[in-house]
Ligand binder design. Structure first.
Ligand SMILES: [Zn+2]
Length: 454
């Protein structure tokens, strides 16, 4: 049975019995709590034994375990298929294959306890179609909030000269004038965008680090157009000035917000933007990159970016700025189903949050990314029924949420996900990776040395 069947299919009422409740609000865990789930609705929450359990309900004994909201990943590139390089991402992901493989990958999120995710930009704009197919129940998957393609100026983004001077490639739509920015924003809204994504910084060969490649006026044109059509805007900003200008322009959610200065932070606070630092990708590179042949020599650079950015994110958190939790899954360094919960560990270690506060970021606060604030990411009467039962105490050690074997129940839209199903496995698809002729250069001298004649 697909994981996202609803009440109309006659699911029994679920009764989670006598667990320790982390409700997603940041409150201390409540021991001995019962939760009742009726379709896609949490119908009762109360001390063990006080909740009236209807006949025919299915009881799940949660004694000694934790009941908490399903995880929300606020930054997950679900159509990228764990790409190893930008070449792969832009030139080896035809949209039909990408759509089919996205449906293959989505159950990995559910199996990892991720019941909702936000995808800011998608291969050739397939996001809304994937979302709608999953929401119909045709294929299992978490709730999806999605952008179409990221808006890039012809300066590009993080893929440098792979980005053409105009037109579309991979996750990118190139827009060069304010008129094109407005037109593309309207087009994406027509095609079902939940979010419009701006790539506000990019890499150019003569500059270290990412440079702001959009003006304030350009970002404002996109924000004004999107907001007039009731759609929020998310921006990738890996510099202080881009974060400042994005906030001033009215961007609702800023990804990364690296190296914020006081001016950028003040603009974020004054304009009510939310931040999603997305440390996980950098942390994986810094801590484990060498093991998979990536980022050799870059560890210190990424570690420094995390430390510098985290200090300002903490100040923002204390000032009441919503801080969202995202993994940037979709790359070889952040494969689906493995790292969605790691950001909470980084929030504890680098921001100094308590585990329960970090969990609140990944649940209640992350509902902002789903545009479902108040409805999702909390265990409360009337909230949507995305719930986990975890064998462990994430309130004392948040890393237990990274261990899929600790999940005793994953409830998505009121239905139990089959945790006994095998992990999705497949062989490689013809043409999906970049083919190299050789890993190194074969010089004449090398051939002679190999032949013992050098
Ligand atoms: Zn991203």
């Amino acid at each position: 049975m697909p994981a996202n069947t609803d009440q109309s299919t006659g699911n029994p009422v679920l009764h989670l019995s006598n667990g320790s409740l982390i409700d997603g609000t940041g409150s201390a865990p409540l021991l001995g709590t019962d939760v009742l789930i009726d379709g896609d609705n949490i119908s009762a929450v109360g001390p063990h034994g006080t909740v009236a359990v209807p006949a025919g309900a299915r009881t799940i004994d949660a004694s000694g375990m934790t009941i908490m909201p399903g995880l929300i990943d606020a930054h997950c590139h679900v159509t990228f298929d764990d790409a190893q390089s930008n070449d792969e991402l832009f030139f080896h992901r035809p949209p039909t294959t990408a759509a089919m493989i996205t449906l293959f990958n989505l159950p990995k999120l559910l199996l990892a306890g991720v019941t909702s995710m936000m995808d800011p930009d998608t291969v050739m704009g397939i996001g809304p179609e994937v979302r709608d197919v999953v929401e119909s129940g045709a294929f299992p998957g978490p709730r999806i909030s999605t952008g179409v393609q990221a808006l890039l100026t012809s300066v590009g983004g993080t893929a440098g000269r792979l980005i053409p001077d105009d037109g579309r490639v991979g996750y990118a739509a190139v827009v060069n004038t304010i008129e094109e920015m407005v037109t593309e924003t309207r087009r994406q809204v027509k095609h079902g965008a939940d979010w419009i994504k701006i790539h506000a910084t990019g890499s150019i060969p003569t500059h270290a680090g990412e440079l702001q490649v959009w003006t304030l006026d350009e970002m404002k044109a996109v924000c004004d157009t999107a907001h007039a059509l009731a759609v929020p805007v998310v921006a990738h900003c890996r510099s202080a000035s881009s974060t400042r200008d994005a906030a001033l322009a009215g961007v609702d959610l800023i990804m990364h917000a690296s190296f914020m200065d006081d001016e950028a932070l003040q603009a974020v606070i004054d304009n009510g933007a939310a931040l999603c630092p997305t440390f996980t990708f950098l942390a994986n590179l810094a801590d484990y990159g060498e093991q998979v042949g990536a980022g050799v020599g870059m560890q210190d650079i990424f570690r420094d970016e995390i430390t510098a950015t985290a200090a300002m994110i903490r100040v923002a958190y204390d000032a009441g700025v919503p801080i969202l939790c995202g993994s940037e899954s979709g790359f070889a360094l952040t494969p689906y189903g493995h790292w969605h919960a790691r950001e909470m560990e980084v929030f504890v270690n680098e921001l100094g949050l308590s585990p329960v506060e970090a969990i609140s970021c990944a649940t209640r606060t992350n509902a902002i990314a789903m545009r479902m604030e108040g409805e999702l990411g909390v265990i409360a009467e009337g909230a949507r029924a995305d719930v986990l039962v975890v064998d462990g105490d994430p309130a004392s050690d948040v890393t237990v949420l990274q261990d899929r074997s600790r999940l005793r129940a994953v409830i998505s839209r009121g239905s139990m996900v089959d945790l006994e199903q095998p992990w999705p496995e497949r062989r490689s698809i013809a043409g999906e990776t970049v083919g190299n002729w050789a890993a190194e250069i074969l010089t004449y001298e090398r051939s002679m040395a190999a032949a013992g004649k050098g």
